[in-house]
Design a protein around this ligand. Structure first.
Ligand code: ADP
Ligand code: MG
Length: 486
């Protein structure tokens, strides 16, 4: 079991709670009008507020508040009508204010939950403790000059949502499923682009171990875990390390550790400061934030259908399996593509084509559905042509390959290449008659009781027709002719 570590003294349970920093999708920063977009020349996106010039005052970006509320609603969480911005005081060269504005005692979002999907198909609910808004710090650059460090404040003041989970997660599989599901929900909501590589989503993973049923153990917080794979590796390493320490007679100190992807290990960064070291106090430049029920209700009305709702609807309305639905809803544009193609068509057949042919092709090149060379409408038409008997499934694969390379519509390809299925029984009868005449030995075999050669004869007839014969008709006619007396 992935959620246990085997030690000398028996099995240990792995307990995990995650703190995820998600950069809020917004054009402007949390307290200034400077651009919040990723990249740009160093210090190109910095207003006097972000640079903490004396006398500058923060002005709260209403859109970021709306995004935080939207996210809270998407996590089935309590929205707090009153929340408070506080100063978290610390010194760092990339933090010119000398404090980070964050929410502490009164966050905008309280308790919620996320359902995660586990590899064995089961579902587990993970509690959300809170979501609060805060500003990001700038960046120190140590690799630009042999003896100097530089400060880039482009990131200073960009809006973040910190989403904290309860210690409900057991083991690496669940942690990865949690992160993947959270990212999916944020992307559906349009409140964070979920790009782990660019750092717009960063996870701190708190890990402890205990004997099953015992009190919670002491946790270590692992920072710098910026991919789903890294989450898995960091947890596997850290839980093993903790078990070895405890079984070796040591104790776990609460501390912050760093994940080193090159070495594949965690190492101590600093022992854990207590929260009061930051001397939090309400920011006197910002009034407590009051939201009205009407405003929250308005935002609620604009929520899109969320991944789980969509998954269940796909299973119910289209008769798809859990597996197929899960694949189709993993990204919102993918789900939309499927629904456009499936309109008025055999949905299961469309699902097969999207998953096996199209996604198979795109995945090979590391592309997403938005890069698809075949439009949803054209894929739908192709499936329609199978359904109405214009082409058979095998020819459809040819047509599809042509659609991918030429970008042409299925109808024009079928027409110009003369791929229409032959259903005219007269034509099929003559093809079958030729096949039988050309293969007397096989026919003899069949009549002597070797049923297996039947499929081979079907294949020959299909081939002779250029793949265009209706396979059902070929089967019937062949059976009839073979049954006729000599
Ligand atoms: P801090 O900012 O000091 O790390 P937070 O309250 O923001 O504190 O976050 C604590 C995180 O640690 C939460 O995700 C919580 O679920 C998790 N956590 C708390 N206790 C344990 C434990 N014993 N083992 C693993 N995770 C824990
Ligand atoms: Mg923490």
């Amino acid at each position: 079991m992935a959620e246990r570590v085997k030690g000398e003294t028996g099995e240990w349970e792995i307990v995990i709670g995650m703190e995820v920093h998600a950069q809020t999708t917004s054009h402007a920063k949390l307290f200034s009008g400077a651009s919040a977009t990723f990249g740009g020349a160093p210090n190109a996106h910095v207003s006097p507020v972000d640079a903490a010039m004396p006398g500058m005052l923060p002005v709260l970006n209403e859109y970021c508040v709306e995004q935080a509320v939207r996210t809270g609603l998407g996590l089935n969480a309590q929205i707090n009508k009153t929340s408070v911005f506080e100063r978290k005081n610390y010194f760092y060269p990339d933090l010119p204010q000398g404090y980070q504005i964050s929410q502490y005692q009164h966050p905008i979002v309280g308790k919620g939950e996320i359902e995660i999907d586990l590899p064995d198909g089961s579902v587990k609910t993970i509690g959300i403790t809170r979501l609060h808004m805060e500003q990001d710090a700038g960046k120190s650059l140590h690799d630009q000059h042999p003896s100097k460090s530089f400060v880039d404040l482009n990131r200073a003041g960009t809006p973040l949502m910190e989403i904290v989970s309860e210690p409900d997660i057991r083991g690496a599989d669940e942690a990865c499923a949690y992160l993947a599901k959270l990212r999916m929900i944020l992307r559906y909501l349009g409140t964070c682009d979920g790009n782990l590589e660019e750092g717009s989503m960063r996870a701190d993973v708190n890990v402890s171990v205990r004997k099953p049923g015992a009190e919670l153990g002491t946790r270590c917080e692992i920072k710098n875990v910026n991919s789903i794979k890294a989450v898995q590796m960091a947890i596997d390493y850290e839980s093993r390390r903790q078990v070895d320490v405890i079984e070796g007679g040591g104790t776990i100190r609460q501390e912050t550790r760093l994940w080193d992807p090159a070495k594949g290990e965690t190492r101590s960064m600093r022992s854990k400061e207590d929260a009061h070291d930051y001397r939090y106090f309400p920011d006197p430049d910002l009034l407590p934030l009051h939201l009205t029920s009407e405003w929250i209700a308005q935002i609620k009305q604009t929520l899109p259908e969320l991944p789980d709702q969509k998954k269940h609807r796909f299973m119910k309305d289209y008769g798809l399996s859990l597996y197929d639905s899960s694949i189709l809803i993993a990204e919102r544009p993918r789900a939309d593509y499927f629904e456009t193609a499936a309109k008025g068509r055999d949905a299961k057949l469309v699902a097969n084509w999207v998953i096996n042919e199209l996604l198979g092709l795109l995945n090979k090149d590391g592309k997403t559905i938005s890069d698809s060379p075949v439009s949803a409408k054209n894929l739908g038409t192709l499936v329609g042509r199978i359904m109405d008997g214009t082409i058979n499934g095998k020819i459809a694969k040819d047509v599809f390959a042509d659609m991918v390379s030429s970008g042409n519509s299925p109808d024009s390809i079928i027409e110009s290449r003369g791929l229409k299925q032959v259903t005219d029984t007269g034509a099929i009868e003559s093809v079958v008659a030729d096949v039988l005449a050309e293969n007397p030995k096989i026919v003899e075999d069949y009549r002597a009781g070797n049923q297996k050669v039947f499929g081979f004869l079907v294949g020959l007839a299909m081939k002779k027709s250029g793949g265009k014969a209706n396979p059902t008709a070929v089967n019937e006619i062949l059976k009839k002719k073979l049954g006729e007396s000599l």
